[in-house]
Design a protein around this ligand. Structure first.
Ligand SMILES: Nc1ncnc2c1ncn2[C@@H]1O[C@H](COP(=O)(O)OP(=O)(O)OP(=O)(O)O)[C@@H](O)[C@H]1O
Length: 459
């Protein structure tokens, strides 16, 4: 991921440089700080260092700060320069700002103000770089790393367009929101993002369904405790474990509102505090967030924070449900036949040529989870030559019957209890969705956490 983090501190006073570097390391932990005491080396360092920001003294031997400011702005217009000097003269300050300095500080100024400005300058450079890269990549109309999408089969033009958008935004430091019904491929897109931005680093998937605010905080931030005997015990959170990898937060719509505030802080300040610690640690990972809910509707209902919603809007992709991807059916069925035959060690049956057309009007409420479940069932019932199509026909017929008799449920002579009906409904939904709790919960019109609790009670 290409973040704007590198800062070069330039001053001929070595002891001041050391102090400034230590202070900024503490106040802006996400920054990578280098120092340079010799003004003659600055331009060479900028050639090789990808610096987003230079903090520059004014009075130095060889090249003065003002001279360097002009040289840097001409040769590296995207690098910002903040003047940090002992010279407290309004004229000089005005001249520097006119010549393109981002800001001007006196060495005796409050360091917190300087740190805030440094962070803002890094953000500005990051956003500029991001915007340029996204524009270039999107306009190029081709994928640079098509292999990152190997697990997502499609020939639907709308979804292929999403690949280009996703590749363009994947390296951005902002989080990406993936929206789509259960089974539309959100997890697969998160894995593609990992391939695109940090394949060598860890990928950690955290399911937020049913999580409490305190469990979320502990899982993300970890905990540092000082025991009675003075020893320190530390429990690492996923933000520490994932390092510069990819953190996938699944089902954000289920996150309690208090925990959402913590997540806003992480996204906004790119730093976090382990529970029990007042030391800030940098957030180095890429964050991908998914939901099957309409977050705008949740926010209107007071269940989702506006500030989090706005933060997640920078990069959003919406995955279409399978009922809008008819062109893909034939290919997906073939793909799942191969998977099922390999997994169950069975001969690979052929897909009847009319099957995809027969499924054209079926709604697939469980999307790819449901299709995969049907194909696995069909392969297990096949003779090894032709795919047994009864699981598909049963689903089509059932949906027709349900549509025709949706207001006329037929009950046995002796009525079941409410509890028995509930259990039977849950079992049916789980079996129709190949045991996907998210898809089954959606079918039943309840949250995944409620379904998960019911299933635990059943056991
Ligand atoms: N385009 C695709 N080609 C092949 N397989 C796919 C594709 N999209 C998804 N799958 C497979 O379909 C199943 C469901 O996909 P996935 O888990 O990514 O959906 P999801 O939207 O994350 O679901 P949930 O909301 O339930 O977590 C997985 O087994 C996945 O590997």
């Amino acid at each position: 991921m290409k973040l704007a983090r590198n800062i070069l501190l330039v001053d001929d006073e070595a002891s001041w440089l050391r102090t400034l570097a230590i202070t900024l390391n503490r106040l802006v932990p996400e920054a990578k700080i280098d120092t340079c005491v010799d003004s003659r080396q600055v331009m060479n360092r900028l050639e090789v260092g990808d610096y987003a920001l230079v903090l520059l003294d004014l009075t130095m031997p060889f090249h003065s700060g003002e001279e360097l400011l002009n040289m840097i702005r001409n040769a590296h217009p995207n690098t910002r320069v903040i003047i940090v000097t002992g010279v407290n003269e309004v004229d000089t300050a005005v001249r520097c700002i006119k010549h393109g300095a981002y800001d001007y500080f006196i060495k005796t100024d409050n360091v917190d103000d300087l740190a805030r400005t440094v962070r803002r300058a890094l953000e500005v450079v990051g956003l500029e770089r991001n915007y340029l890269r996204i524009k270039e990549s999107f306009l190029s109309k081709t994928l640079t790393q098509p292999e990152a999408f190997n697990n997502i089969l499609t020939c639907e033009p709308a979804l292929l367009d999403q690949f280009r958008y996703f590749e363009a935004v994947a390296p951005s430091p902002e989080p990406i929101l993936i929206q789509g019904e259960s089974g539309t491929g959100k997890d697969e897109f998160a894995k593609s993002a990992h391939q695109l931005c940090c394949p060598e680093a860890p990928f950690i998937n955290v399911n937020l369904a049913g999580i409490s605010a305190s469990a979320f905080e502990l899982q993300l931030f970890g905990q540092i405790k000082t025991l009675d005997n003075g020893q320190v015990s530390a429990q690492a959170g996923v933000l520490h474990q994932v390092q510069s990898g990819l953190l996938y937060l699944n089902e954000i719509g289920d996150l309690p509102i208090e925990a959402q505030a913590k997540l806003v802080d992480v996204i906004e300040h790119k730093q976090y505090y382990p529970i029990g610690s007042d030391k800030a640690y940098p957030v180095l990972c890429k964050i991908i967030i998914s939901t099957q809910h309409d977050l705008l509707a949740l926010s209107k209902a007071g269940k989702f924070r506006n500030d989090l919603l706005y933060r997640l809007r920078s990069h959003t992709i919406k995955l279409p449900p399978l009922r809008q991807r008819r062109l893909d059916l034939f290919m997906l069925i073939n793909h799942f036949i191969t998977l099922a035959a390999d997994e169950m060690n069975l001969p690979r049956p052929n897909q009847p040529s009319t099957l995809a057309a027969q499924l054209a009007d079926y709604e697939f409420p469980g999307n790819l989870h449901e299709l995969k479940g049907m194909v696995f069932d069909a392969v297990s019932r096949s003779d090894g030559i032709q795919l047994n199509i009864s699981p598909f026909m049963e689903a089509i017929n059932l949906s027709k019957v349900t549509a025709e008799h949706c207001d006329q449920l037929v009950f046995p002579k002796e009525l079941p209890t409410l509890a028995q009906m509930g259990d039977a409904l849950i079992n049916e939904a789980m079996s129709r969705t190949a045991n996907s709790q998210t898809a089954a919960a959606r079918m039943l019109g309840i949250s995944q956490s409620a379904l998960s609790r019911r299933l635990k009670q059943e056991k």
